[in-house]
Structures are given as C-alpha cells and as structure tokens.
Design a protein around this ligand. Structure first.
Ligand SMILES: Nc1nc2c(ncn2[C@@H]2O[C@H](COP(=O)(O)OP(=O)(O)OP(=O)(O)O)[C@@H](O)[C@H]2O)c(=O)[nH]1
Length: 407
C-alpha cells in the first residue's frame, strides 16, 4: 500500500467514525436536524473517499466523476446542516445552484472525456463556494447567540478548507503541472493536500462540536437564570442583578426601586378553572410586566404568583408611577382561556433605596412588608415602604378610587 493510500484510508475511517458520532447525537435529539445533516454529509465524505480508494476497480469515467460528485453532495449537505443550525432552514437556492452547476460540469466533462483537471476545477470551486457560504453562515448566524469572536473562530476551518479546495481548482485551471491530477496518484503535492484535508476535516468537526457545545452551555445558563413557565428571571438571577445594581450604586449614586408584586386571589383561578388556566394567567401577567418595564429594569418571577421588578435610577415618584401603570394594565388584562375570559388584579409593595450600603435582602424584606400591607389594606393597590402610604386604587366595583393612607 502506497503512503497516499494509507492517508486516504485513515481519512475514510476518521470520517466514518465522525459520521457515527453525529448520527448518534441526532438520535439523542441534540440539535437533531443539524446533526442528522452533519452525520449524513460526513458519511458521504467517507463514501466519497472510499470510492477514490476503489478507483483501480472502477470504470475510468466513473472512477473520476463519482468521488467528486459524492464529495460535492457531502459539502452541500454539511452546509445545509449549518444553515439549519443557525436557524436559516429554508431552501437555499444559491447553495443548490452552486452544487448543481458544479455537479453538472463534472458529469459533462467526464461524458465528453475531458482531462481530469476539468473535474478538479468544477468540483473544487463548487465545494469551495459551498463551504465558504457555510463559514459565512456560522460567523454571522451565531455571532449574537455565542458572541462574535467564538462564532468566527468556529468558522475558520471551513474558510481554510474552502481556500484549499478553491486554490487547488485555480491552479488546475491555469494549468499548473500536477494540480489537476487525482488525489491518489501519490505525487508530493497530492500527499500534502491529502494530509492538509485530514487535518482540516478534524478541525472542521471539532468546530462543529464546539458550536453545539457553546449552544448547550448558553441554554443551560439561560435555564439556570430564567423561570421555565414565563421566561422571566428567576429568584436567584434577580438576586444577582440586585447585587450588581447595588455595586453600581456605590460607584454612581442614584436611587433604586424594587416592586414586589403578587396576583390577588390567584388560588381561585386554579381552583375554578384548573392549573393550566392559572399558568396562562401567569404567562399573560409576565407579558404585561415585561411590556411595561424599561430595558435596564429587571423583571423576575420569585415563585408561585409572586413577581418582582428592580428599577435602577428610579425614585419614589417613578416607582409609584410604574406601579400604578402596572395595576391599571393588569386590571385591563383579559386572558382568554379556552373561550373563558379570566380577569385578575394584583397588589404591589414598593421599596426605594438611596443607600448603597443597605443589604439587598433588607430591601426585598421592606418591599415584602409593604406588599403585605397592600394585601391587608384590601388588595389591588400599591403601598410604598419608604413613606408607608397607600397610593393606588381599589379593585372592588363601586369602591372609591381615591388614594388612602395606610400607616
Ligand atoms: N397554575 C399555577 N399555580 C401556581 C403556580 N405556583 C403556585 N401556584 C398556585 O398559586 C396559588 C397561591 O395561592 P395563595 O398563596 O393562597 O395566594 P392567593 O390565592 O393569590 O391569595 P392572595 O395572595 O392572598 O391574594 C396556590 O394555589 C398555588 O398552587 C404555578 O406555577 N402555576
């Protein structure tokens, strides 16, 4: 066995092994559609190189065209997997046109008995363009999700393979001696190219594995910081935001407000209409809170039917205004649950702090105490912990809407 055949056989085994891993991931439903594409594409790479190794036993025309066609199909399937992964799953006409035209030229060149260099030019340029497109998709499509730097690093192997294949095609096109020869001829240039392909294929699969891992890490991070039902921050993440805002308050003194909000008589929604109806109300209420908050505010579900809003740079007046708007919006909210209109109200306890040394837990306790007073005072109202004054409105039809003093 010549050294070139050993290298190509190693590449074939490597690709078959990677294909098995991607297909196993698809079976485990890890980004299933993308990993299934990558498994199939990688399997085609193994088959394509297997055909190169079997060339001595194949008819001359077939032995030249078939591996290139299979490799073209492999590159297109992997590139489509990348598009699915970066959530651009529609049919990509550009990808189809490039792979289809390159494949057409390969078939035509072999049918007309043209030199092998023509096959190398068409297949090399086709694969180069398809992989360059995939590299662009990775860099641009993942920048927001995993950060621009990791996204572009993951795209590097695709750029290099695209460059290698296009470079070989360009050399064959201008007639540089030996550039258009089949890989398995064993010339020094072909050995170097084969070694580079083995290395780059390894890097390509590492990069795709890294993309998958970074996405999983982002998902885990999101799950650990957000409430699964409403998508709001959870209690732990809210505590971290509160600590961070406290630290900022040390550097840039400014007031900070915290609203503790609890839906009124929520248990009756569950008891009367069922848990799913209660869940629908919680999701709708969360939508109202996020809709009313500013970008720099933090909105959290602290547990059950209890929510909290952290309002940096907000004084008592600002907190009161937002709390009133929230009560108003929740009163106006009608949740349509399987044809049944569900209505709710809420009570709010507000705490404002100008003192960066105040323990964040103490601020939460002050807001909770004010919330307790709002509940005790009749619900559907705001009580501010600082001034301990009830500042908003009743829910019961017929009850006066004028502000009342609490304590
Ligand atoms: N549907 C649903 N219900 C929940 C969830 N978490 C907690 N609950 C329910 O929320 C209800 C809270 O009831 P209570 O603590 O008595 O409060 P309430 O009925 O709103 O009464 P007040 O707060 O005093 O106005 C309980 O019935 C819990 O089972 C959830 O994720 N989904």
């Amino acid at each position: 066995m010549k050294p070139i055949h050993t290298i190509l056989a190693l590449y074939t085994v490597q690709m078959a092994f990677f294909a098995a891993i991607w297909l196993a991931m698809a079976w485990l439903r890890l980004s299933r559609r993308a990993t299934a594409h990558w498994g199939l594409g990688t399997l085609l790479l193994a088959v394509g190189m297997g055909v190169v190794l079997a060339r001595p036993w194949l008819p001359p025309g077939l032995g030249s065209a078939l591996p290139n066609l299979v490799h073209l199909a492999a590159a297109a399937v992997i590139a489509r997997g990348v598009r699915v992964f970066v959530r651009r799953p529609g049919v990509d006409r550009w990808l189809l046109a490039v792979a289809g035209s390159a494949g057409g030229v390969v078939v035509l060149a072999n049918g007309l008995g043209a030199p092998h260099a023509w096959t190398v030019v068409a297949a090399g340029l086709g694969m180069g363009l398809v992989l360059a497109r995939a590299a662009l998709d990775v860099g641009a499509g993942l920048a927001e999700e995993i950060g621009p730097a990791p996204a572009w690093v993951c795209s590097v192997p695709m750029w290099i393979i695209a460059g290698l294949l296009s470079g070989r095609a360009a050399l064959a096109l201008v007639g540089v001696s030996g550039s258009g020869a089949p890989l398995d001829t064993g010339q020094a240039r072909q050995i170097m190219l084969s070694l580079a392909l083995v290395l780059m294929a390894l890097m390509l699969h590492l990069a795709m594995a890294a993309m998958l891992m970074l996405r999983l890490i982002q998902r885990l991070r999101h799950l650990s910081q957000h409430d699964a039902l409403t998508g709001l921050l959870n209690r732990r993440a809210f505590g971290q935001r509160l600590e961070a805002e406290r630290a900022r308050q040390h550097r840039h003194p400014a007031p900070m407000a915290l609203l503790a909000l609890d839906l009124d008589h929520f248990k009756t929604v569950n008891d009367r209409w069922g848990h799913a109806a209660g869940d629908a109300v919680l999701v709708a209420a969360a939508g109202v809170l996020t809709g009313a908050a500013r970008r720099l505010d933090a909105v959290a579900r602290m547990g059950g039917e209890e929510f909290a809003l952290l309002l940096p740079g907000t004084d008592l007046d600002g907190a009161n205004q937002l709390a009133e708007r929230l009560l108003e919006a929740l009163r106006d909210l009608t949740v349509d649950y399987e044809g049944t209109p569900l209505r709710i109200t809420a009570s709010i306890g507000a705490a404002v702090s100008h003192d960066p040394t105040e323990d964040p837990e103490e601020m939460i306790r002050r807001a909770d105490r004010a919330l307790y007073l709002a509940k005790a005072g009749g619900r559907d109202r705001v009580v501010c912990a600082g001034a301990l004054s009830v500042i908003d409105a009743p829910s019961t039809p017929g009850e006066a809407a004028s502000p009342r003093r609490a304590a």
